[in-house]
Write a new protein. Structure first.
Length: 317
């Protein structure tokens, strides 16, 4: 096989990539035609898309191709989970330089396929173009399987707020990598590859979640979207939020505040949801706050918390 994607060619690359992507039971027609065909038994399809640009969302000297594939898939699968839906399939657009090693592109495909397989989803098609930088665009599809979508707009005064998944780990990893270090490995790996709490979205919907959101831009920022959409106040209890010992150790070494990583750090792809207060939640869900009436917004222990607006791609340089 040629060493670079330019030597292999567009159709050769597509063939090599799709050969690594098995198709699941929701796929009626997979890669190879003008479009894929995916089953939608209840007549509705949940759709989300995300774009990763080299040196903005990932660096090839920080993460290998397999990790980037996992991350690209996980970010979209998590958004499907946040609607209370079951992920079924992914479509991938890939822009790459002509001198990119074929092995790198195949590693990316393996990461995408392996992450999708964690939830029984399939990569069903996409497109490849020449680009000066690596750009990965993923569109994910999901099924509600007859249930209602859980949106951001359903939170009501009296609800409790609970989170499932880890928070602050990816930000800790980013801070470590930004300073030129590669350890502690646990936080570095958390930055490279999210640990999405798969199945928690459907679980939350079955428990009567009134609102839900994927935590990709920071807990307080994403809760802010829920607060505004629902027209409520959400107050987070700092003492209820888990700050893992590993984060405290890294923050101490770097002279940082680990609580700020947990409250405002992004890319962990946890789920946060609002539930009626009487609901008994499984152990993996941790209650961290309450919903009340008032001017929409988010507070921590009843007060504002610095800049909690969430990540903005157009802020700064």
């Amino acid at each position: 096989m040629p060493d670079s994607v330019g030597e292999l060619g567009e159709f050769g690359l597509i063939g090599a990539v799709t050969a690594r992507l098995p198709q699941g039971p929701d796929v009626l027609l997979g890669p190879g035609d003008d479009s894929a065909v995916v089953a939608a038994p209840d007549g509705r399809v949940v759709v989300t898309t995300d774009l990763l640009v080299e040196n903005r969302h990932f660096r090839r000297d920080w993460s290998d191709a397999v990790d980037i594939g996992h991350k690209a898939a996980a970010q979209n699968l998590s958004d499907i989970e946040a609607m209370g839906a079951r992920p079924t399939s992914l479509v991938v657009g890939l822009g790459v330089p002509a001198d990119l090693p074929v092995s790198w592109a195949l590693g990316l495909a393996s990461g995408l396929g392996d992450e999708a397989a964690l939830v029984g989803a399939s990569v069903v098609g996409g497109d490849v173009v020449r680009s000066p930088l690596v750009v990965v665009s993923v569109t994910a599809l999901g099924s509600l399987d007859g249930g209602p979508a859980v949106t951001r707009s359903g939170a009501r005064p009296g609800d409790v707020v609970a989170v499932c998944g880890r928070l602050g780990w990816a930000e800790a990893g980013y801070q470590v990598l930004s300073r030129g270090f590669r350890t502690p490995r646990a936080v570095v790996e958390a930055h490279r590859r999210p640990a999405v709490p798969y199945g928690a979205g459907v679980e939350a919907a079955s428990l009567g979640a009134t609102a839900m959101c994927d935590v990709s831009d920071g807990l307080l920022g994403d809760l802010g979207h829920v607060a505004v959409a629902s027209g409520v106040v959400i107050d987070v209890s700092a003492s209820a939020v888990t700050v893992a010992p590993q984060l405290k150790e890294v923050a101490s070494a770097l002279g940082a505040d680990p609580l700020s990583w947990v409250l405002t750090g992004g890319d962990d792809n946890a789920l946060v949801a609002c539930f009626p207060a009487e609901v008994s939640l499984p152990e993996r869900w941790t209650v961290i706050g309450v919903v009340s009436s008032g001017e929409p917004g988010v507070t921590v222990d009843g007060a504002s918390y610095g800049s909690a607006g969430g990540h903005d791609h157009f802020a700064g340089s």
